[in-house]
Design a protein around this ligand. Structure first.
Ligand code: SF4
Length: 116
């Protein structure tokens, strides 16, 4: 039995949902190694339409979708990514303690262009 290919409207709907969630969470990207792993997984997946690099399950362009930390594989083949869990560790001046600069989805956005 063959799988139903998503219609153009289904693809646009799926893509729109993905973009909205990505923007809502502050446009977080996966790490380079997570991206490569996702693309490797898609490359060996029977749902991938290789001529257009589109997922046959959701219709998304996998090379774009795979960059976004908020996206998931519709067939649960990608390792889960927790948004804000893979930032670099930086050393802050003063107390000598190391603190992660990982951004969490719940962090508030502040303007950095104020003139105090
Ligand atoms: S997103 Fe998932 S289902 Fe779609 S092509 Fe990639 S691995 Fe396959």
């Amino acid at each position: 039995m063959s799988e139903k290919t998503p219609s153009f409207l289904d693809m646009m709907s799926n893509f729109t949902k993905e973009v909205v969630e990505y923007a809502k969470q502050g446009a977080p990207h996966v790490t380079e190694s997570q991206y490569k792993e996702r693309i490797r997984t898609c490359g060996s997946c029977n749902h991938l339409k290789q001529d257009v690099m589109r997922c046959g399950k959701c219709g998304c362009l996998v090379e774009h979708k795979a960059k976004w930390a908020t996206t998931t594989c519709p067939d649960k083949r990608w390792d889960p990514v927790k948004v804000g869990s893979a930032g670099k560790t930086i050393k802050l001046k003063g107390n000598g303690k190391r603190k992660s600069n990982t951004t969490k989805a719940s962090d508030k956005v502040r303007s950095t262009d104020t003139k105090d």
